[in-house]
Design a protein around this ligand. Structure first.
Ligand code: NAD
Length: 699
């Protein structure tokens, strides 16, 4: 049973009980329907109270059911709401903590609603690419007015019950309870008062109008269209609410349903639902049980006050954890602190941070030149130069000074975390925490699991990631981890495209049109072209079989490192970031092409996108096979949160599934036959071949 039925004198109490948020899955719906039935049948019952156990009234539909027949199995949410409306005895919905999505829609089918303060009320369906599909767009405007309801439906954002209760003329809540604790008692008393009142009030019978009608909806549609970009759902929210003002309720409900079902099939909705599940999945590590005991993290030390050290520190200060930064010289500390201040002050200027919060955060920050002063920190994160010798000294020092049980983390982007761990006598306490730049902004945190990293260390850093609002994804140890190992293949393809006939701006434009925040060449100019140069020099020694276009090396030989040198793949005007196509670069590419004897050909945007994205996909498949990534959806999260992959496409692996792996493999084979591309590069990963043979997908 996922709902409990109890009798309080002449009032029946139905309590949803489906942790964590009383999702309205099939079993819960059946239990509620059975409770309603039982109450109708019992002559001693005069009224019904519907509420939720634990931490929610209800968080809404169970999205894991969406693609299964369970979602439409009777009683589906629509018929359950209809059963509530048709109850011959009044139903009072007692809302607390969370009343969202289908939960709120169910409450809107009840005759009365009483809410505790602090209850988060929302119709968040738009966030997974849908509109509310069980009457939300038709009933909410009737109790809150068209504009408030539309704002809530288009944004999907929660609003506190006490704020809604203050809106003039609102009919969402009949009563506010004094507190969560008194809610049930008040709801039962209220139900008793209303037991004999007839006719029973229904939200569906309330009028729904907007004084400016068409003009208002046209305005709303234009606004929303501009903001929604690649997503169809927000505009459909406007359409659906407009229907509420123009149609009788039942026809409005039927049209709402039609829009809902059509959206459900769109790739954008599938992508958003995939991300919703992927985010939750990423926080789980298959062999680390959820109840693994965690270490207490009350203080953090950071080694190195450079670009990364400063940004990393800010994350913990923002979360209220004290941070001590250690450096070799006082000047480096002063510089680092000044940068942190500058970043916070910029936030204050933009109105994103209050002065007193800023002061609280800075008060948590301290600095030192001595290891002795950080020895009691629960977590230390090393962010010194990317050099094994330097890291070795730091970790030997940490091993000698840190208290037992402290977690020792490295922010290395390319070095072997197992080797770093071997510099200590406690490799079980060592883990990689790979932040992305700017570390105080970027959502992604790659948690690099060494061979010996203890499970409680992993459980601790995953929980900590949540606290500092990062999306943590676990990666095994390999060169580049998940994200950078894949991006290297993508950059290699971008180079081959230049050799064959593209200009940097053509490649960037094509992939930006696909939805990437920034194309590979603009990106490289931003990050610094010298980084890739250093990697290629290393590769030439370690993996000479790996081919690259020589254009990037030639660019670096000219000192064109990107924005920081005022020139890279593009030209830049002093103080500006606009990428201006460069005659010098075009000349350089043409000369290189001629030296290879390649006659340039016209390459379509479609081919550019496929070659760039499928290069990610193939490397992703290798990572899965090697066990570096645990799930395809983890790879998607890395790309969505760290590399600007278009959200509406759900990540590279999801995109490949959407295109179809057979088609993806066919394309790879086509590229393999291209004499100017790298045949070894396009050999489909064994996992791709296997999935195609079995007719399966990554997800
Ligand atoms: P950085 O040069 O900006 O900063 C390094 C700081 O470490 C300097 O302030 C230096 O004085 C200090 N330092 C060097 N040796 C030290 C020692 N022995 N003890 C104490 N302090 C010492 O470098 P960064 O960009 O912040 O990179 C730091 C680490 O983060 C590297 O491992 C890098 O690979 C990694 N990383 C960088 C980025 C990025 O985009 N910059 C992204 C992810 C990871």
């Amino acid at each position: 049973m996922t709902a409990e039925y109890k009798v309080h004198g002449d009032v029946a109490l139905i309590t949803l009980d489906n942790p964590p948020v009383n999702g309205l899955g099939l079993a819960t719906r059946q239990a509620i329907a059975a409770g309603l039935e039982q109450a109708q049948d019992d002559p001693a019952i005069k009224a019904i109270v519907l509420t939720g156990a634990g931490k929610a009234f209800s968080g809404g539909a169970d999205i894991r059911e969406f693609d299964s027949p369970k979602a439409i199995t009777e009683p589906n949410l629509l018929s359950l709401i209809l059963a509530a409306e048709n109850s011959t005895k009044p139903i009072v919905a007692a809302l607390h903590s969370v009343a969202m999505g289908g939960g709120l829609e169910l409450a809107l089918g009840c005759h009365y609603r009483i809410a505790a303060p602090g209850c988060k009320v929302a119709l968040p369906e738009v966030k997974i690419g849908l509109i509310p599909g069980a009457g939300g767009t038709q009933r909410l405007p009737r109790v809150l007015g068209v504009e408030t309801a539309l704002n809530m439906i288009v944004s999907g954002e929660p609003v506190a019950s006490e704020l809604l209760a203050q809106l003039p003329g609102q009919k969402l809540f009949d009563r506010m309870a004094a507190s969560n604790d008194s809610l049930l008692e008040e709801a039962i008393a209220f139900a008793r008062t209303m037991a004999d009142v007839r006719p029973l009030p229904l939200v569906r019978n309330l009028p729904c109008k907007h004084p400016q009608g068409d003009a208002y909806f046209q305005f709303a549609r234009n606004m929303v269209k501009g903001l929604a970009k690649n997503f169809p759902a927000p505009v459909k929210c406007v359409d659906a609410v407009e229907l509420a003002t123009k149609h009788k309720v039942d026809s409005g409900l039927a049209l709402e349903r039609e829009i809902f079902l059509n959206l459900m099939l769109t790739p954008e909705c599938r992508a958003l639902r995939h991300i919703f599940m992927a985010e939750r999945a990423a926080s789980k590590i298959p062999d680390v049980p959820e109840d693994t005991a965690r270490r207490d993290i009350r203080s953090v030390a950071v080694i190195g006050a450079g670009t990364m050290g400063g940004g990393i520190s800010m994350n913990f200060l923002n979360a209220g954890l004290p941070v001590k930064i250690l450096e070799m010289k006082q000047e480096a500390l002063d510089r680092g602190i000044a940068t942190i201040r500058k970043n916070y002050e910029a936030q204050i200027k933009k109105g994103k941070l209050a002065q007193d919060k800023y002061e609280q955060r800075m008060a948590l920050l301290s600095t030192t030149l001595s290891y002795d002063e950080i020895k009691d920190a629960d977590l230390v994160i090393e962010a010194v130069f990317e050099d094994m010798g330097v890291k070795q000294k730091v970790f030997e020092q940490l091993d000698a000074t840190m208290k037992p049980g402290a977690i020792l983390a490295t922010n290395t982007s390319t070095l072997d975390v197992n080797r770093i761990a071997s510099f200590t006598k406690r490799p079980q306490d060592v883990v990689g925490l790979h932040f992305f730049s700017p570390a105080n902004v970027m959502k992604l945190l790659e948690v690099v699991r060494g061979d010996k990293t203890a499970k409680d260390v992993l459980a601790t850093v995953m929980a900590l990631a949540k606290k500092i609002r990062k999306t943590a994804v676990v990666s095994g140890v390999c060169d580049g981890f998940i994200g950078n190992r894949m991006i290297e293949q993508y950059s290699r393809q971008a180079g081959f495209l230049l050799d064959e006939g593209c200009t940097p701006q053509q490649v960037d434009k094509a992939i930006e049109k696909f939805g990437f925040a920034m194309g590979p060449f603009r990106m490289s100019d931003l990050a610094g072209n010298d980084i890739g140069w250093a990697i290629r020099k290393r590769r030439a020694v370690e993996r000479p079989e790996m081919k690259y276009s020589a254009t990037a090396d030639k660019l670096c030989e000219l000192g064109r490192f990107g924005q920081k040198t005022g020139a890279g793949w593009y030209d830049y005007q002093p103080g500006k970031r606009d990428a201006i196509p460069s005659a010098v670069v075009n000349e350089l590419i043409e000369q290189h092409r001629a030296s290879l004897g390649i006659t340039p050909r016209k390459i379509t945007d479609e081919e550019i996108v496929q070659r760039l994205v499928f290069s990610l996909v193939n490397e992703g498949a290798h990572l899965l096979e090697e066990g570096i990534a645990a799930r395809a959806s983890d790879i998607d999260m890395v790309y969505l949160t760290g590399y600007g992959f278009p959200v509406h496409r759900g990540g590279p692996m999801k995109y490949a599934d959407t295109v179809g792996l057979f088609t993806v493999m066919q394309a790879m084979k086509r590229f393999q036959r291209n004499p100017h591309d790298d045949a070894a590069f396009w050999e489909p990963a064994p996992l791709v071949k296997r999935l195609v043979a079995e007719g399966k997908t990554f997800n």
